[in-house]
Design a protein around this ligand. Structure first.
Ligand code: FAD
Length: 716
């Protein structure tokens, strides 16, 4: 993700230790880091372990509202401290929406009928079913036989058939599918659910220890004992409060093709819906139809339609059951939280209600600007901060070198700048498809590529023909609006259509495009029609500015794929130039939006910016590439610069001075603040990374004294 969530995530990764990949065991440093950050924040009174037990309201009819929250009665059990908070603005992030409920805010519970929002994944008829709750467990090897006798009240899972589709080979860390209560009320019946889940947890452990017939599991479990079980059911779903807009399936499927104007957050997880009977269901525990792209979440959905000073954050926002299936994931909830907080702070300062805020274009724009400045990404919203002096007309940027986007298979599938270490996030995909380098053309298959030039002369595709005869494959090329814009299933508005003849065996098939005109700096999509004998070679590298996808008949849209389908272009695309740092966008979206140095040249590599006239600069904010679609379990993300020098050219001087040096960075964002001075130029010289071969910078912002303090907390 991005923003505060990304900062916290990168920090916990680089500072944690121990068994952090084990489900059910949290990162040892997570809570410590959260507390550390909160305690470091000025003007924040932190009341940990404090429960809001009562809510006071008054009627409020301005802007079409009914009520406002005037008081929160809270109690800190450990200190017996009772407090009455008189809030101006409240954010309810309590999951169940306790404050919103007490304030009389209207909410939804259960599944909408398919017809209400025209949702494919909704049931025919509305009902009261929600996603069930789960109790996790952890077990450990006690180095001696550990027989287990279940409590008399434990549920019995005597056979493998009693746990269909529920893999339990990993005996260490509990199972998310140990779920129940979807047909009950997950709030009112929480204790009934807890009791039943305990019966199920002990029943599953009894199965593993005494009945499991999956080869090797019982033997492996012989010395293992339960170490911990949860006593509070993890709640997936309960109330969803109604705002001025209700996020629905269509908004998620539309992705970047229909981003709401008041977008303040984004999601991207699949529509993850679970079997109502949970662990007792004979069906698969969940269905997870993936979405074609990231999607925007509107400000209008982060407040109640009846309470004038209440924002919502997390799983209780204004959305349908189906939309909640995607937005409910932790990092999306966190991104929503940052958006709600930023909006609430703005509303407080301006004295406006959530509705007035969302209906004011300038206010929405200010909130978006503030979120971007805090490091958040927002789909199709670019930085246009008028205070950002890096964006002044006439600035000249340059770099000591730059990578090209060259995936020629002859180069051994090592795209420049994308080393194996840097693509560690693909390890899971490689495991999933060990022989996945050849993707059969059993359906429409496409590769999106950002083209830096205004034309393509030739395109070469590494294809394999499994038959003994040469054969033709139909190809089309279309101009895409963004990286995952693969267009409709049928040919429409293509830049080029034609066929290529593929000889038997594996070979690069060269297509002469006769100087095909394209829009520079944007993606084109190369689409191959299905063919029973052909496959397209795939690299596991994922250079920024590329995206593979295949048409999914069942979903009715393109489904993005890991890896990159092979291509070689003439002229070679070079979308990683120094000007990308000022694109205003902090992840690949339309362009690659990142400067990457030439991987064949050693570090240090430097990026620099010159102003046409000297500027008074006090703050320089840098965003690096934290590999947003990648994944690692521990340590720092390899693409991030570990050490760099910030150098400046003072007005009229020709000697670069090192203003600041950083040595041990693991963060996506870095802020340099120094006494304001008039500068002609700045340079960032990356000396070392956390493992990657290249220097990469996503964004640089420069501010003078009057605008420099607002990286957090002040909308500009
Ligand atoms: C078993 C399980 C597995 C999951 N797996 C994943 C996964 O792999 N990846 C993923 O991203 N998501 C996963 N999820 C979903 C995700 O964890 C939740 O949807 C998400 O944490 C919801 O966050 P939230 O902050 O909105 O609500 P909650 O997590 O419910 O947090 C609400 C908080 O508010 C507090 N609170 C409630 N009432 C009050 C009050 N009156 N006063 C003060 N505080 C109050 C609660 O104590 C709680 O701390 C999983 C969920 C479950 C249950």
């Amino acid at each position: 993700e991005t923003g505060l969530m990304e900062e916290l995530f990168l920090e916990v990764r680089s500072r944690s230790y121990g068994l952090r990949q084990v489900n059910g065991q949290h990162y040892p440093m997570w809570d410590v880091i959260l507390a550390e950050k909160a305690e470091a924040e000025p003007n924040l009174t932190l009341l940990l372990n404090t429960r809001v037990a009562g809510v006071e309201t008054a009627s409020d009819d301005r802007a079409g509202y009914e009520t406002r929250v005037t008081g929160l009665l809270a109690f800190q059990q450990s200190t017996e401290l009772a407090v009455r908070i008189t809030p101006t603005t409240v954010i309810d992030a309590t999951g169940d929406g306790f404050i919103a409920l007490q304030a009389g805010a209207p909410f939804r519970y259960g599944r909408e009928a398919r017809s209400e929002f025209d949702e494919r994944w909704a049931p025919e008829e509305a009902d009261d079913i929600v996603l069930g709750s789960t109790i996790m467990f952890a077990a450990k090897d006690v180095a001696r036989p550990a027989p287990f006798v279940p409590p008399a009240w434990a549920h019995s899972f005597p056979t493998e058939e009693s746990l269909p589709f529920r893999p339990h080979e990993d005996i260490q860390s509990g199972y998310w599918w140990l779920e129940w209560g979807g047909r009950l009320n997950t709030i009112a019946d929480n204790e009934t659910i807890r009791k039943e889940l305990h019966a199920a947890v002990f029943g599953v452990w009894d199965h593993i220890k005494n009945h499991c017939t999956v080869p090797g599991v019982r033997e492996r479990a012989a010395n293992w004992a339960l170490d911990w079980i949860g006593h509070i059911p993890g709640k997936r779903e309960s109330r969803r409060f109604e705002g001025d807009y209700i996020l629905r399936e269509r908004d998620l499927v539309a992705g970047l093709n229909a981003v709401p104007a008041d977008v303040v957050a984004y999601g991207g997880w699949a529509i993850d819906l679970h079997a109502p009977d949970g662990v007792y269901s004979p069906d698969r525990p969940c269905t997870q139809p993936p979405l074609p792209d990231l999607y925007g979440i509107p400000l209008r959905g982060l407040s109640s339609r009846t309470v004038s000073n209440l924002y919502l954050a997390g799983r209780n926002i204004s959305q349908t059951h189906v939309a909640h299936g995607s937005t409910r994931v932790m990092k999306t909830c966190a991104v929503i939280g940052e958006a709600a907080g930023t909006a609430a702070a703005f509303a407080l300062r301006e004295g406006v209600s959530p509705r007035e805020l969302a209906n004011c274009d300038d206010c929405v724009r200010a909130i978006q600007r503030q979120l971007l400045r805090q490091g958040a990404y927002l789909p199709l919203v670019a930085n246009d901060d008028p205070h950002d002096l890096a964006r002044l007309p006439g600035v000249i940027v340059s770099a000591t070198s730059q990578a090209t986007l060259d995936l020629d298979p002859a180069a051994g599938w090592e795209a420049p700048g994308i080393s194996t270490a840097e693509s560690a996030g693909l390890a899971q995909a490689v495991e999933q498809y060990p022989d996945g380098r050849e993707l059969p053309l059993d359906r429409l298959t496409g590769q999106s590529i950002v083209i830096s030039a205004d034309h393509i002369d030739t395109l070469s595709l590494p294809l394999t023909n499994a038959s003994s005869q040469p054969t033709d494959v139909a190809i089309r090329i279309r101009q895409a609006a963004h990286l995952r814009d693969f267009g409709p299933e049928e040919s429409s508005g293509d830049l080029w259509t034609g066929t290529a003849n593929v000889p038997p065996g594996s070979s690069p098939v060269v297509i002469d495009l006769d100087r095909l005109t394209v829009t520079p700096g944007t993606p084109v999509v190369v689409i191959l029609e299905p063919h029973p004998a052909l496959s397209w070679s795939r690299s596991w590298q994922e250079p920024p500015g590329t995206q593979a996808a295949r048409w999914d008949d069942d979903l009715g849209y393109w489904r993005w794929e890991h890896g990159t389908l092979g291509f070689a272009l003439e002229p070679v695309s070079a979308p990683y130039g120094p000007e990308e740092v000022l694109s205003g966008v902090t992840r690949p979206e339309i362009g690659a939006n990142v400067w990457i140095s030439d991987p064949n040249q050693p570090l240090p590599q430097a990026w620099e910016l010159h102003w046409p006239q000297p500027q008074t600069i006090e703050t320089i904010e840098i965003t690096f590439d934290s590999q947003l679609s990648g994944w690692i379990w521990e340590g720092a993300f390899p693409l991030i610069p570990r050490a760099w020098d910030l150098q400046v050219l003072k007005a009229g001087s020709s000697d670069w001075l090192t203003n600041d040096s950083r040595e041990q960075n693991a963060q996506r964002r870095a802020i340099h603040q120094f006494p304001a001075e008039k500068l002609d130029a700045v340079r960032i010289a990356v000396r070392a990374t956390q493992g990657g071969r290249t220097a990469r910078i996503v964004e640089v912002r420069c501010y003078g004294p009057q605008a420099s303090a607002s990286a957090r907390g002040r909308a500009t």
